[in-house]
Design a protein around this ligand. Structure first.
Ligand code: CAA
Length: 240
């Protein structure tokens, strides 16, 4: 039977590449998105992957959305918590709202995405969880106190879930992308982006498919002994 995979933020950027890689691996994929209806519709038309709209920051909406996915596609075996936002500002300029928005989406959103599927995974004695963290959760980044806090938090989440899930056949791992050619990175001021590329020994931004490859590896049925680990894919920019 095809594994059912849920990818949050799965219709754009890194998430879209992950959704497609998991489909190519034989999974039935549900991709969520928060707001961009046109991009989601285009993605479904292009790939045949079903999209669902809910805000990962909202527990009730996540729980209801996940129930709908399971009613449509069957029990979820694979969760990729990928949805994330940035609200970059130097700390002295960062507002409590910028702090809260990023925490709510990037950190609480991970809880909201995994918590509703966890009991079913425990019962069925199988689960694959991947959280998309970031190089900036490992090394910190000027202008990203909020974002780096969430991405470092992701690493604590997967390590703890690995402890709790292991005896139920559930693995939880993180992928830490470096700077990848997505809209999020393109939104960084050009001068800053050029400086960042100068710090990447590979000499270029990464491609979304290079992150999807890590996820596809971690969620495979025969990856059951890889648990609580972190894969970095950053062009040698930083070694954790
Ligand atoms: N290191 C040290 N100093 C820096 C700096 C850096 N990286 N960046 C800026 N500064 C300094 C500036 O030189 C300036 O100093 P002076 O006042 O002495 O001239 C001071 O900090 C203020 O800089 P700005 O005027 O640029 O401040 P700002 O408020 O306009 O914007 C910023 C600051 C929004 C943080 C902007 O620098 C920025 O966008 N930086 C990029 C942050 C980043 O890498 N984000 C990653 C987004 S992609 C992502 O998150 C995906 C992923 O997982 C990798």
């Amino acid at each position: 039977m095809a594994r059912v995979a849920l990818v949050t933020g799965g219709s754009r950027g890194i998430g879209a590449a992950i959704s497609q890689a998991l489909k190519a691996q034989g999974c039935t994929v549900a991709a969520t998105y928060a707001g961009n209806d046109a991009a989601a519709a285009a993605f479904t038309e292009q790939t045949g992957i079903k999209t669902y709209k809910w805000n990962a920051a909202d527990y009730g909406a996540s729980k209801a959305g996940i129930a709908q996915v399971e009613a449509d596609l069957g029990p979820i075996d694979i969760v990729v918590a990928n949805a994330g936002i940035t609200r970059d500002a130097p700390f002295h300029k960062m507002t409590p709202e910028q702090w809260r928005e990023v925490i709510d989406t990037n950190l609480t959103g991970v809880f909201n995405t995994i918590h509703p599927v966890w009991p079913g995974m425990r019962e069925r004695k199988f689960g694959r969880i991947v959280v998309i963290s970031s190089i900036n959760g490992q090394k910190g980044q000027f202008g990203q106190v909020n974002y780096a806090a969430t991405k470092a938090g992701d690493l604590g989440i997967v390590k703890s879930l690995a402890h709790e899930g292991a005896r139920f056949g559930i693995t939880a791992n993180a992928v830490c992308p470096g700077y990848i050619a997505t809209e999020m990175v393109m939104a960084v001021p050009e001068k800053v982006r050029e400086a960042i590329i100068g710090q990447i020994p590979t000499g270029r931004l990464g491609e979304p498919e290079e992150i999807a490859r890590c996820v596809a590896f971690l969620v495979a049925d025969d990856a059951g002994f890889i648990n609580g680990s972190t894969i970095s894919a950053n062009g040698a920019q930083f070694f954790a």
